[in-house]
Design a protein around this ligand. Sequence first.
Ligand code: GLV
Ligand code: MN
Ligand code: MN
Length: 411
Amino acid sequence: MAELTPAVLGDRAERMINTLGSVSAEPYRLLRTFLSPAHREAANLVTQWMQDAGLTVSEDALGTVRGSLAGAGTRRLLIGSHIDTVVEAGMFDGPFGVIAGILALEHFATAGRKLPFGIDVLAFGDEEGVRYSATLASSSACAGKFDFSTLELVDAEGVSLAEAITLYGKDPADIPAAAYAAGTAAAYVEVHIEQGPVLEYRNQPLGVVNSIAGQTYLNVEFLGEAGHAGTVPMLLRRDALAGAAEAILAAERSARDTKGEVVATVGHINIPAAASNVIAGNVALTVDIRSGSDAARLNFVEGFKTDVRAIAERRHLGLSVTTTRNVATTPCDPAIQDGFAAAIKAVGGEPLKLASGAGHDGTAMAKLCPVGILFVRCRGGISHNPAEYASPADMGLAVAALIKFIEGFKP
Ligand code: GLV
Ligand code: MN
Ligand code: MN
């Protein structure tokens, strides 16, 4: 077998990324949602790779694939990421972390040297939250923090999470068994593309994450009065879509005013009875608000709610604002940050520290054990976009750094 140099690891990672990237629910764009047939196919592929790497493979009630390498003692290092995607996704967000873990564990399995701790690679299926609004269900279950009330959530087709689990061939009653027993998980680490431009700008292939930004998701619904586009005078309209448009611009303006502290995105808008000749009577939009500072995020949320109330009042619209997610900033463990910094130096990089604006399974896993993330440069900082790209050279260095991290890890 060829020696696992960074160049060899990078080439293998790229081939695996391309193979997994071809598993999609649709022929012309990448889409793999939680517990879908495409998720099943991807999980089968990951299972095969884990077995080929010499790992013992199991799958829990939420479809998380777990590849285990035995070690001495009862403590385990967990390495993971996700294999679900956004709509029209890139191939690297999530899959690279799973692939990096498998390649690193293959290195130790092949060497046949027993480490003083076991290692599990976890391929989660619900990080992007595309199918069910709850998100992080799979990592929450591993952390022993699954919210059973989310089993009643329904997807766009009206299929509940409980039904989707059953259709996937699993039993919701088995969810508690996915949890790690207290004290067995020594740490959770993830390798992930940066999804932003900092490492590229600083000319560094790898970086150490110091925190994962907190998030608030709001659903905002404006209720006006549907009407005929040709007959209702402008001043007599109660146009829900015009109110929504003002709200979108208010979110953008307020986030810009924070000078980089808060980012806010309206990524989805629903006009249930949309037609070009109908004044919209009902419009719902999602607002994704993130910041490394919980105080700044919560302050923004309050300000935005005040703004939308004023918009609705002025336009004589009904309004409902629901918070569908509220997650605090997750600090990364200082000792894991040091371990990744040393690993980056060992492979010739300069360990830059940076915050993650993107969400990660680490937020759920932090309820179980210390967490850390190693970032990998991605071209142009582009992500959630089919143009997402990390070079084989950078991916190879990331796997080599993960191997160094594991070698230095103290459970
Ligand atoms: C997931 O990628 C998120 O940050 O929304
Ligand atoms: Mn991701
Ligand atoms: Mn993502």
